[in-house]
Design a binder for this molecule. Structure first.
Ligand SMILES: Cc1ncc(COP(=O)(O)O)c(C=O)c1O
Length: 361
């Protein structure tokens, strides 16, 4: 069986050192924020080349906190892609703002900038692109589109830790605020829920730090109505070890993607157009005969996934909100997209096996 993602195999060499540091932490009892969280925040901001990083409980909260930190008027409009994980839309609604959907580019994981331009109006206060599957949206171009208008850019980097744009700038240092999920299956994942937010603005940094800690910097002084969304200290210990391996793992993902790009030649399979320096959180192909293809993968013992089987306007919880709206490029990914294994620890022979089987479908 070729597993979709083998986290144990990926991390097992790190376990001994992680256990040692966890034992130290248990002895010290430094369980809420503390040194390990500070250290991870420093390490992560250095990794992204951003001035500040603030750990939080998960990637959904990271988005919600980032939006709340802007202090916008209720129902201000936030532009988000129609193809993304539910959290991107839910965070907007939970921050009392209004999500407006934009279709992806044709056969691409990310937002269409032409469509984006058309949907900007006086009520638009935030643009929230998603670097879906690790493919980087051109934030510099969005800044140009925004021009002098007071519209903030928050990029959802949940799937793009370590990716760079066309100018070799690292995701997490380009937009006004950037948010990351550190869910176990992500390119950088904890052993439970975790998230982090980066920014170059001191003002946003100070707001965000307060919001994630019940509105407080000093014990019992609650200056704003915040959330309890601190990054768990045990997770920070694990993440400090795992961050050291991220660059290498991303490189391995890129190498596998390059093989797939070059060698998958079956005309029944269509590939998506990824950005040049993507970190391939997922490698998604478009297959018209999806059901048949999935049965074939099952028979050949290759695990697969769907990311995501519903576009945002097709989710049961959001159907009414976006009634009558159509986003054909996003719907196509939802209907025909199949994520094939891109586990950085796949062996060469496993990659060759996957390619051969796909070509014989
Ligand atoms: C694009 C995107 N945004 C947000 C999230 C939410 O992150 P979390 O699951 O850590 O809350 C995820 C991850 O699942 C994601 O893939």
């Amino acid at each position: 069986m070729i597993k979709f993602f083998d986290l144990y195999k990926q991390d097992k060499k790190l376990h001994q050192n992680i256990f040692k540091n966890l034992a130290k932490l248990f002895k010290k009892g430094d369980f809420i924020l503390g040194n390990e969280v500070d250290k991870f925040e420093r390490n992560f901001s250095k990794f992204c080349k951003s001035k500040y990083a603030i750990g939080c409980a998960n990637g959904t909260d990271a988005l919600t906190i980032a939006l709340k930190s802007l202090n916008l008027k209720e129902n201000s409009e936030v532009l988000i892609p129609a193809m993304t994980y539910c959290s991107t839309a839910f965070s907007v609604i939970n921050a009392n703002l209004k999500p407006i959907l934009i279709d992806t580019n044709f056969m691409s994981p990310t937002i269409s900038l032409n469509n984006l331009k058309k949907k900007i109006n006086r009520k638009t206060k935030v643009i929230m692109p998603v670097h879906l599957y690790g493919s980087v949206v051109d934030i510099k171009k969005i800044k140009k589109i925004v021009n002098k208008r007071k519209i903030y850019i928050i990029d959802d980097c949940a799937q793009a830790h370590g990716a760079t744009d066309n100018n070799r700038k690292t995701v997490g240092s380009i937009a006004d605020i950037s948010t990351f999920s550190l869910y176990p299956g992500k390119n950088l994942g904890a052993y439970g829920d975790a998230g982090i937010i980066t920014t170059n603005s001191k003002k946003f940094y100070l707001n965000i730090r307060k919001i994630r800690n019940l509105g407080s910097e000093k014990k019992f002084i609650h200056e704003t109505i915040g959330m309890n969304s601190r990054l768990d200290t045990l997770q920070a210990v694990i993440l400090n070890h795992k961050l050291k391996k991220l660059k290498k793992l991303n490189k391995q993902r890129r190498n596998i993607a390059r093989e797939y790009d070059k060698k998958i030649s079956n005309t029944k399979i269509n590939k998506l157009d990824y950005s040049k320096n993507s970190v391939y959180h997922q490698y998604v192909i478009i297959v018209k005969e999806r059901k048949k293809f999935c049965n074939y993968l099952n028979k050949n013992k290759i695990q697969y996934g769907f990311h995501y089987p519903f576009a945002i306007h097709q989710l049961k919880s959001l159907k009414n909100l976006f009634k009558g709206q159509k986003y054909p490029n996003s719907e196509k990914i939802a209907k025909y997209g199949v994520s094939i294994p891109i586990d950085p620890n796949l062996t060469n022979s496993q990659v060759t096996y996957i390619i051969n089987k796909i070509n014989k479908f």
